[in-house]
Design a protein around this ligand. Structure first.
Ligand SMILES: Nc1ncnc2c1ncn2[C@@H]1O[C@H](COP(=O)(O)OP(=O)(O)OP(=O)(O)O)[C@@H](O)[C@H]1O
Ligand SMILES: [Mg+2]
Length: 328
């Protein structure tokens, strides 16, 4: 492990225990994030993206639980922290703009008080006035006027609300920010503005960002590396260039091919076929029922997630012999 990693996730298993059975929402997930890096996390609805984000934040609640693996945040395994320790980490070291954040703002509370609320648990030793000052700074960082702090959510436009949510997330200047579909409820112009804001605070604060989403065009513009999830597992993690130009996993290949031509603009609509139920996964590779390149081992053996080309990690039997030969 190189020491500039802010996040190092190893063989993470997250499961939901439902009446219908165990949902294997994250299955042996591996992911690394370097300081200051921008990583995109894509995958069909239900592939486990938000689950991974919540696990990193220590926010998996019953009926869910972490069933195995480790999540090293600045070298410390957050799966082993107490409730109180997790609360201290959250907001200061790592923070999330949750999916649907705009709608989770408290309608009867002024914006600045919601920002201050996110700081209060942390015993920062600040006076009310100092916290108000920090809340104002956070609003300015997301390109809102300080006096927006005195407003209530219903007085804000969609884009302003989303910015307010970002202000809440970044008020304590965390070094890792997870943005779960931060622009999905916004029109295209506002989307672009909000992404510019995230980019701006990201570079200003030197934070690493995990951007979760479906919009491959947005990913192409924003991220350095792309992580592709399928059915609770990591299929491929690669630098953006390689992910778009020379994807290795058949699922990534189909995703990229399904994008409208002329570069990488467009929404992610997925590919033909049905995602397996996460409580009834096929044996072997989870993607084998939809994979046009499936062969012998694919229905029997789960492929390992390996670095088959430099910096390009793939879970696919197609390459296993290839890289064995290269190693030999
Ligand atoms: N609280 C819960 N209880 C039971 N199952 C859950 C719970 N939360 C998520 N799941 C299941 O876990 C799986 C992964 O869900 P998750 O929300 O992580 O997917 P996602 O990739 O974020 O999807 P989307 O793109 O729609 O946001 C799904 O099968 C989902 O139904
Ligand atoms: Mg989600």
């Amino acid at each position: 492990m190189s020491n500039d990693l802010v996040l190092d996730i190893n063989d993470l298993d997250v499961q939901y225990y439902t009446d219908a059975g165990i949902v294997y929402a994250n299955n042996k997930v591996n992911l690394e994030l370097k300081a200051g890096e921008r990583l995109g996390l894509v995958g069909e609805s239900g592939s486990g993206k938000s689950t991974l984000a919540l696990a990193i934040l220590g926010m998996i609640k019953p009926p869910g639980g972490i069933a195995g693996g480790e999540i090293l945040l600045n070298g410390r395994d957050v799966t082993k922290l107490s409730e109180e320790e997790t609360r201290q980490v959250r907001g200061r070291e790592i923070s999330m703009i949750p999916q649907g954040a705009m709608n989770s703002l408290n309608p009867v509370m002024r914006v600045k008080d919601q920002i201050i609320d996110s700081m209060i648990d942390h015993e920062l030793g600040l006076s009310k006035a100092q916290m108000e000052e920090m809340a104002g700074d956070a609003l300015e960082a997301v390109e809102l006027n300080r006096n927006v702090g005195d407003m209530y959510p219903h007085e804000l436009s969609g884009g302003m609300k989303q910015r307010a949510c970002i202000a809440i997330a970044i008020a304590m200047k965390p070094k890792v920010i997870i943005a779960d579909e931060p622009t999905s409820a916004l029109d295209v112009v506002t989307q672009r503005q909000v992404m510019q804001t995230i980019r701006h605070i990201q570079s200003e604060m030197g934070a690493a960002v995990i951007l979760i989403g479906h919009d491959m065009g947005l990913m192409a513009q924003f991220v350095d590396r792309l992580a592709v999830m399928y059915a609770g597992q990591m299929s491929e993690v690669a630098p953006k260039q390689e992910a778009f130009r020379s994807p290795m996993h058949p699922y990534t290949q189909m995703l990229i091919e399904s994008l409208p031509k002329l570069a990488t603009k467009g929404e992610f609509h997925g590919i033909p076929g049905i995602t397996p139920l996460l409580r009834d996964l096929p044996p072997g590779c989870v993607f084998n029922p939809r994979c046009p390149q499936a062969f012998g081992p694919c229905t029997k053996i789960t492929p390992k997630f390996l670095e088959h080309r430099p910096n390009q990690w793939v879970a696919c039997h197609l390459y296993e012999n290839e890289s064995e030969k290269a190693r030999a």
